[in-house]
Every structure is written in structure tokens, then in C-alpha cells.
Design a protein around this ligand. Structure first.
Ligand code: AGP
Length: 602
């Protein structure tokens, strides 16, 4: 999973590539590289680690005047993050960048080695450039490229430059995103998402799977299955969101604080006086639906699990929730009448995308809940509900989760109303509470300060349990995931009632338990479970609107009368807790080790 960018034009190419890669760093950041073709010469740079290292390395390099450039930011799949494994990979006179996995690279490599090709890296990607040069021996460049693509199996977004055709960038896409943009100055841009193109390109094409072709400054040709396609340009209308942290220490912190205002966007036009309305989702959409299956990964899976309580309780519809990477090989029995929902912040998660394809193939109605318009998942789903969280830069998802929860809460109400499962009065009360969400999500500075102080206690120990019941169980899972991701401490989410079936054996003063104790949902039951842990000396951090004396630390939440409002407030508290612990440990909160924002590999 990586990010790629490309450029054809007169401007300083180094800057365009570095700026573009900066926007894609969320896709991987263990190494980066670029190559520039100008005046028949190709210059390339590679560096290990974050993009700033590449910027340092290219400090004295200038590349103004017409030319081509390609760039890459990597998240290692085949071979360690080293300079040799960083892209671009090159042959004698050609360079490529690649995102994806070439599944048959070993057989191609074997064949090329037998023809005396020399491989410098351990990557799957390097075969592409040598295979191209091999094909070039008997073909003109485009045919050589076409032959190369036709040999590859797997997933790819590829950009290739060659001295054999110094005015063209060759490209191909399959199962991972690639976008081409142009403007009135006859400049051409490529990106793994549209963000690097914003402010540069005016019109874009979102390439389809198996598209390939070439671009020159005044000509773009796209093929699919041997035939050239007519070009379908879209206006690139999104304005560039400020990449600034606005005074916050990390993007994650900014994104936690943004949740209140952003929730207004999520609710806007959807929560009416006495109804819920989704744009582009006609009333008849749910007509023949008698079951829901939801697939997602990570945080989005936790949102899915939360919603299963809401759909069954409010909409009275059977729901199953599955982790997408499990679902895709499970050979599930899919039945017509099942609405297949996928949830994804990025819209590019490979496992979720594949789950969606399986559901489509089985003829199910599909609905995406997604934060990125025009992402692969959005383009494939029958219908989409956008979460409208804005670009999320922190690798640890915060506002995307919260907005997913809001969309799912609204959807459960919509479905319930549609199926006649709730009264007018019930819906009106839910709407009243939905409208309180922006206030509930405002970060309480006093609570943040308290978390900052008490985080000191939670830096060591042999592990964390986050516990809760009902919808607070998936929230506990999410709290644990958040902490794991950015603090690298071991944390598990558990249903409170399950602790006595094994995990309580771990209880001692070095076991930290974060207990979610809402007043509206099974308070007394959860309280007993926490008391059982406390009796065994576990260190307890209780989060509740009700004072709880036996807790070692206590965060008092507001007195909401609705469980979802308690859920949302506690969600913010858990996000702040992991943030503060991670900061105290001196970690890179926004780019934690081993992770990437968008997981486009299996
Ligand atoms: C969230 O903090 C994680 N970084 C991760 O679990 C993420 O939610 C998961 O990879 C799914 O991503 P998606 O929502 O973009 O599909």
C-alpha cells in the first residue's frame, strides 16, 4: 500500500512531486522516491523514512523546464524499508513507480533472471520495469507496455517513464486507485487520490480497473481491453482543506476537537423536524430488505458492531457484522433480501472493497458508508451515504468513526420508520437527541486537562482492558484499538460480563481497566463487573456520570438521558486518553509505526 504521483509540464517538478507525496503520506511512509526525465536525462532520488528525508536529499536539485516526473511513498509489503527497495525502480533507461502487489512476480522474475536481468531490490514491483525493457526489444514502447501489463497478475497502479519515449508517461490501473488530471496549461497530473491534484488540475479522470494508456502534454489515451476509450472528464471541485494543524499539537488532536462542528455537516439536511432524509436514497431502497449484513475493518468494524445493536433494537431487522478480511474467504451464504453495507473511512480498504465485490456478484443490494467521495468503494456501491468528516489525516481514526456512528444511528431510524417499527413520538425524541450531538461532542477543556494529568499513571503496567456492555462494548474495542495504535501498549476491549470467564485471571494492580459505565445502559451490571475487578486489585479508571468511589481514577461525564449521547461523549474521552498517553510516551501520534492510513493491500 503506497501512494504514487506523476507530472508532465514546465513547472519545478521536484516541488510538485514532493507536495503531492505529502498529501499521500497517509498511505505509507517508510520510504519515498522520485525520478525526473528532462532533456533526455533521468535523475532519481530515494530515501528511507518520512518524506522530509527525500526533501533534504533533493534540496539542491532543480528541474524547471519541460519534463516528466514520477514519485512514490511506500508502505513495505515485499522487502524491508530500504533505499534499494524504495521506488522508483529502474532498468537501463526506464523507471517505474507501483502501488499494489504483483502476485506472479516470482515467475516473471525467474524468467527475467534467466535472460540476465539484474535485480537490485526484493520487491515484487521491480519486475515491471525489466519486463517492459525486455518487451521493448521487439516492440515499440506502447505495445511493450501493453504486453507488460497483460502479463501482470494482481493489483497495480503503475506509472512508467522511459528514454525510449521521453515525452510520455505510461500508466495502468487495476484494483487500486489512480487518477489523471489536466489543466488549461496542458499540464498532466497523476495521483493515487485526488488530493495531490487539488489546486493544480481542473479536470480529472478516475481510471477504471484494467485501464491503461499513456499521457503527453496535449494528449491522453486510455485503453481498456485493446480498445481506446472516450475520455470522461470530471470537474475537480473540492477545495483544498487547510493542511495546517491550527495550533494543535497533532492532526489527531485537531480532528478530535473538530468533531463537534463536523457533526453539523453530517446531520445537515438529513435530520428534519420529524423525519430523517438521506440524499440520493429513495424511500423504496429498503422495500425488499429483510436482513442486513455489514462488513468493515478496524475502527469502521467497531462502528458496524455498534450499529448492529441499533438496527436490531430500533429497526427490528436481523443484522450480522463481519470483519471484511474474514468474510472474503468464508463463502458466506448470501441471500437476496439482504442489504449489504460496507463501512470505510478511506473507501479504498482492499478487504472491504473485495467484500463489496463479492456481495455485488451475489446480486445483493449494496450501500457504502464512506468518507471519501469518488473512492473505489463509493464508485462500486449501489448507493452511498457520505460521512462528511472532511479529510482525516491522523492515522488513528477519530472524526471518521464519530461520523460513521451518526450516519448509522440516522440510518437505523430511517429504516425503522420506513418499516413502521417506531412511533412518531419515539422518532421525534431521537431527533431531539440527534440535534444535541454537536454540543455533546465539544471537548470539555477541564476533562481534557484532567486526562492530560492522569495519563501519567497509565504509561506502564502489563496491559489495559477496556470494558463495557451493549453499544459500550464496541466502544471499548475502539478505545483499546486507539490506544494500541498510537501508544504501542497492549490493550484489549472486552464485554464487561465476559471478564469473569477468563481475563480476570490477569487482574492485579498493574492491570489497568478503563470501565465505561453509562447511566442509561446496564449501569448496575457493569458496576458489579468493575467491583469484581477492583476486589482483585486491578487499577480502575471509571468513566461515568455517576460518582464511583472505588475507582482509582474517575472521569465524570455529563448527565445525558440518551445512551447514544453518553456513547459519543465517552468516545471523545477515550480518544483524548490515547492521545495524551501517546504524547507522554513521545510517539509520533499522527504517523504511528507500522501503520498506514489507507490499507489497500490484503
Ligand atoms: C483506525 O484508527 C485504523 N487506523 C484502522 O483500523 C482503520 O479503521 C481500518 O484500516 C479501516 O479503514 P477504512 O475505514 O478506511 O476502511
Amino acid at each position: 500500500m503506497c501512494g504514487i504521483v506523476g507530472y508532465i509540464g514546465e513547472q519545478e517538478k521536484k516541488k510538485i512531486i514532493l507536495d503531492g507525496l505529502k498529501e499521500l503520506e497517509y498511505r505509507g511512509y517508510d520510504s519515498a522516491g522520485m525520478a525526473v526525465l528532462k532533456d533526455d536525462e533521468i535523475t532519481h532520488f530515494k530515501s528511507v523514512g518520512k518524506l522530509e528525508n527525500l526533501a533534504k536529499k533533493t534540496k539542491d536539485f532543480e528541474s524547471i523546464g519541460f519534463g516528466l516526473a514520477i514519485g512514490h511513498t511506500r508502505w513495505a509489503t515485499h522487502g524491508k524499508p530500504t533505499e534499494l527497495n524504495a521506488h522508483p525502480h529502474f532498468g537501463k533507461f526506464s523507471y517505474i513507480v507501483h502501488n499494489g502487489i504483483i502476485e506472479n512476480y516470482q515467475e516473471i522474475k525467474k524468467e527475467l533472471i534467466s535472460k540476465k536481468y539484474n535485480f537490485l531490490s526484493q520487491t515484487d514491483s521491480e519486475v515491471i520495469v525489466h519486463l517492459f525493457e525486455e518487451n521493448l526489444k521487439e516492440n515499440e514502447p506502447f505495445i511493450a507496455f501493453e504486453k507488460t501489463i497483460n502479463t501482470l497478475q494482481g493489483t497495480y497502479a503503475i506509472l512508467l517513464m522511459t528514454k525510449a519515449e521521453p515525452n510520455k508517461i505510461f500508466f495502468a490501473k487495476n484494483l487500486v486507485p489512480l487518477i489523471i488530471g489536466k489543466n488549461d496549461k496542458k499540464e498532466v497530473f497523476f495521483g493515487s487520490s485526488d488530493t495531490p491534484l487539488i489546486g493544480l488540475a481542473k479536470d480529472v479522470i478516475y481510471l477504471n480497473d484494467k485501464d491503461y494508456g499513456y499521457a503527453q502534454k496535449d494528449n491522453i489515451v486510455i485503453y481498456n481491453g485493446k480498445k481506446p476509450k472516450s475520455l470522461e472528464w470530471n470537474k475537480l471541485s473540492i477545495s483544498k482543506l487547510s493542511a495546517q494543524k491550527d495550533g494543535y499539537r497533532f492532526f489527531m488532536e485537531k480532528e478530535i476537537y473538530e468533531q463537534s462542528s463536523i457533526s453539523n455537516e453530517t446531520l445537515m439536511g438529513r435530520v428534519l423536524k420529524d423525519d430523517i432524509k438521506f440524499e440520493n436514497l429513495e424511500e423504496s431502497f429498503f422495500d425488499d430488505i429483510n436482513e442486513i449484513k455489514i462488513c468493515a475493518c478496524g475502527t469502521s468494524f467497531h462502528a458496524a458492531l455498534t450499529s448492529s445493536y441499533l438496527f436490531e433494537r430500533i429497526s427490528k431487522i436481523r443484522v450480522s457484522v463481519e470483519i471484511a478480511s474474514e468474510f472474503r474467504y468464508k463463502e458466506s451464504l448470501l441471500q437476496k433480501g439482504t442489504l449489504f453495507i460496507v463501512i470505510s473511512q478511506s473507501g479504498e480498504t482492499a478487504d472491504t472493497l473485495q467484500a463489496l465485490k463479492i456481495a455485488k456478484k451475489a446480486g445483493l443490494k449494496t450501500l457504502a458508508i464512506c468518507n471519501v467521495d469518488n473512492s473505489s468503494i463509493v464508485r462500486i456501491s449501489d448507493k452511498t451515504l457520505l460521512t462528511r468528516a472532511g479529510i482525516e489525516k491522523g492515522v488513528a481514526s477519530t472524526k471518521a468513526f464519530t461520523t460513521q456512528i451518526l450516519v448509522l444511528w440516522m440510518l437505523s431510524l430511517k429504516l425503522a420508520k420506513n418499516k413502521g417499527k417506531i412511533s412518531k413520538a419515539f422518532l421525534e425524541n431521537e431527533i431531539k437527541n440527534l440535534l444535541k450531538v454537536p454540543t455533546v461532542l465539544k471537548v470539555d477543556e477541564k476533562i481534557h486537562e484532567k486526562i492530560r494529568r492522569l495519563s501519567k499513571r497509565y504509561l506502564h503496567g502489563h496491559g489495559f482492558f477496556f470494558i463495557g456492555r451493549d453499544i459500550f462494548y464496541p466502544l471499548a474495542l475502539e478505545g483499546a484499538l486507539k490506544l494500541k495504535e498510537i501508544s504501542y501498549l497492549h490493550a484489549e476491549g472486552y464485554p464487561s460480563g465476559e471478564m469473569k470467564h477468563g481475563p480476570i485471571a490477569l487482574a492485579d494492580s498493574e492491570l489497568f481497566t478503563v470501565a465505561l459505565m453509562p447511566k442509561n445502559t446496564l449501569y448496575e451490571k457493569t458496576k458489579s463487573n468493575v467491583e469484581e475487578l477492583s476486589a482483585r486489585d486491578a487499577t480502575i479508571l471509571a468513566i461515568s456520570p455517576k460518582t464511583f468511589d472505588i475507582a482509582d481514577d474517575f472521569i465524570k461525564t455529563k448527565d445525558h438521558d440518551h445512551p447514544m449521547l453518553e456513547f459519543l461523549e465517552m468516545g471523545v474521552i477515550l480518544q483524548l486518553l490515547s492521545l495524551e498517553i501517546s504524547i507522554r510516551l513521545g510517539n509520533d501520534v499522527d504517523m504511528p509505526r507500522n501503520l498506514a492510513k489507507s490499507v489497500t493491500v490484503e
